[in-house]
Design a protein around this ligand. Structure first.
Ligand SMILES: [Zn+2]
Length: 271
């Protein structure tokens, strides 16, 4: 019992133990990682992502564009002041993901598949929603609890366990539940529309992923459930919320800032 108390005290020094209100659902939930702590961890992780997964794309115009589209979504999100970061990394996989702390990445492989700004905003909106709905913090809390249960001999486990495993392994291990994915689609769609884009961007993105998955397995799908029934749910959402489909598409902007830029950039060595 005494060990347990020491253990809990140590844990609360590392993380903020307790119940927090989820900004998206409004529900109180037990999360041992505060948004602030998540941000600190994210800064370390971000360095690892660019080392292990793919280098940041070396084009200022392209990066500024990705960032500005991302920020337009972040601005209307439940955590407008959180300080989200949006970046393109050089990798052939068709993927987009969020790591702790609001660092959101999209691969060149994914960027090449899309053809307008609304689709880009949809992907970034979906990933932003995983952060605001605290899916990542919840997932990490769960993983930490598992780690702690297995190796309770040391109360230092939380930090070391997270550092020992490589970031790539951790990302692969971090899969969201179907419910979390549906929530990210729904909340991301809301951000997309609030940011002034057509909700069709979300449907088109799912269609692109669906076409991709017919020819080869893609990474985005390994952690994200099949787009088929997601498309239906998104259509229902657009109808039920009476979202106007007249928002921005931005095909020309996307072509000038992404497609044309990617043609000029020499691909870096894949890892
Ligand atoms: Zn997702």
């Amino acid at each position: 019992m005494r060990f347990f108390i020491v253990f809990i005290i140590s844990l609360s020094a590392l993380f903020l133990v307790g119940c927090q209100t989820n900004p998206v659902t409004g529900e109180t939930e037990f999360v041992i990682i505060s948004p602030e702590r998540e941000k600190e961890m994210g800064a370390d992780y971000a360095k690892e992502v660019e080392k292990e997964l793919g280098k940041s794309v070396q084009d200022v115009q392209l990066q500024n564009y990705i960032s500005s589209v991302g920020q337009s979504v972040a601005k209307v999100s439940h955590m407008a002041d959180y300080g989200f970061s949006y970046k393109a990394i050089d990798h052939n996989s068709v993927n987009a993901f969020a790591i702790p702390g609001g660092y959101i990445y999209i691969t060149t492989g994914m960027l090449k598949q899309m053809n307008n700004e609304a689709q880009l905003a949809a992907v970034l909106g979906h990933e932003t929603a995983h952060v605001t709905a605290r899916h990542i913090a919840n997932q990490m809390t769960r993983d930490l609890m598992i780690n702690l249960g297995l190796t309770a001999a040391s109360y230092r486990v939380p930090t070391t366990a997270l550092r020992v495993a490589g970031i790539v392994a951790q990302l692969e291990g971090m899969s969201f539940t179907r419910t979390q994915e549906r929530q990210a689609d729904q909340v991301g769609l809301d951000y997309l529309v609030k940011a002034g884009y057509t909700p069709n961007g979300m449907i088109e993105t799912m269609e692109i992923l669906e076409r991709q998955s017919e020819s080869k397995p893609i990474e985005f799908l390994s952690t994200h459930p099949s787009p088929e029934n997601r498309i239906e749910l998104i259509r229902e959402n657009i109808f039920n919320n009476r979202y106007s489909t007249s928002g921005k598409v931005g095909a020309e902007e996307y072509s000038a800032n992404v497609i044309e830029k990617l043609k000029q950039i020499k691909p870096q060595q894949q890892k």
